[in-house]
Write a protein of this length. Structure first.
Length: 341
């Protein structure tokens, strides 16, 4: 009898609490319409489609930070971004979950999908809502991860989600995830700039085919571009803390931005001056960038000694011809030595 009385007491308390948080949701929604601030949960099915997610792995039961639960599989319209209930008809169920959460047994673990740093509720939306109102920091959950190298964080703007979708398309078009499974994420704030990256990879493919004398698969070209162009450039950027040196300047905002600036600068100079281009290496392009941003250039940068970058088919043709001439000269020398001996 006492247990029944206690449950009814907690249930009534839940009903009262629900009315309070429901009213809060109403005023938050009204304020969001005036300010234009985002108050919706992320739609899991939409994110899965936009980011081309297919694989999933069960990760076990974990204590998950409530702040990182920012989406839902089927009920993203029923709650606000902070899991305040939007519908008055949710009162009884919400109140029962509240009563259970305040009992000795407590509620069972919820079920979540994990994508990047964001969790989506598969089962347990009301439990998340109640837990937040009770001031909990974490909640127990069965977690299924959908692996991706695409950055996804709670609170991302529509623009940032567009960039994430553009990156997913970039990965598909270039086969980067298959070509280099361990590749680092390439972040660009401007979604359209991923097309520039594709252009550089396809240009690199043509250059390599000219050098190698045969066609390459997209994966082969992408892997070669990543290890011979992108990765060495990013390593130099980090070695000299270029983004930190230029912080606050109007130039590049991410490593991906800066990579494009450097490549485009080298290409522009190549098209303008040909073989006499004043800058032909990555270190030289970094120096030009820092000078343009009126930032002190580290002395060691001038002595990097990195090679000229082959960016055009014309350069590749010349390099291939020089390679053939060198090989022919070596063969002639070997033949002469054999005759003498």
């Amino acid at each position: 009898m006492a247990n029944s009385h206690n449950y009814q007491q907690r249930l009534n308390e839940g009903r009262s609490k629900f009315q309070s948080v429901y009213n809060k949701a109403f005023w938050r929604e009204l304020l969001s319409q005036l300010t234009g601030r985002h108050t919706d949960l992320l739609n899991f099915d939409e994110i899965r489609s936009r980011l081309h997610l297919h694989e999933e792995h069960y990760e076990g039961v974990h204590d998950v930070p409530l702040e990182q639960i920012a989406g839902s599989v089927g009920r993203y319209k029923d709650f606000t971004a902070t899991f305040l209930p939007r519908k008055s008809g949710m009162k009884e169920r919400w109140s029962r979950v509240y009563a259970l959460a305040n009992s000795l047994e407590g509620p069972p673990p919820i079920e979540l999908y994990k994508v990047g740093d964001v969790y989506f509720v598969r089962d347990g939306n009301h439990r998340v809502s109640v837990a937040r109102q009770l001031g909990a920091k974490t909640i127990q959950a069965h977690v299924v991860e959908m692996p991706t190298t695409i950055p996804l964080r709670p609170g991302m703007s529509d623009r940032e989600l567009e960039a994430a979708e553009a990156y997913a398309n970039f990965l598909d078009e270039t086969s980067l995830s298959r070509a280099v499974p361990t590749h680092e994420s390439i972040e660009l704030p401007e979604p359209s700039r991923y097309h520039e990256f594709m252009g550089h990879i396809f240009l690199h493919e043509r250059v390599m085919e000219q050098l190698e004398g045969h066609a390459l698969t997209t994966e082969e070209a992408t892997a070669d571009w990543y290890f011979t162009m992108y990765k060495p450039t990013i390593e130099l950027i980090r070695k000299y803390d270029v983004l930190d040196l230029a912080k606050g300047k109007p130039g590049a905002r991410t490593e991906g931005d800066l990579f494009l600036w450097l490549m485009n600068n080298l290409l522009d100079l190549r098209h303008q001056y040909g073989d006499d281009a004043p800058v032909q290496s990555i270190s030289g392009a970094i120096k030009s960038y820092l000078e343009e941003e009126h930032v002190h250039v580290p002395e060691a940068l001038a002595s990097e000694g990195d090679q000229k970058v082959l960016l055009t088919r014309t350069q590749a043709i010349k390099a291939a011809r020089a390679k053939r001439l060198l090989r022919q000269a070596q063969e002639d020398r070997s033949e002469t030595d054999a005759q003498i001996s």
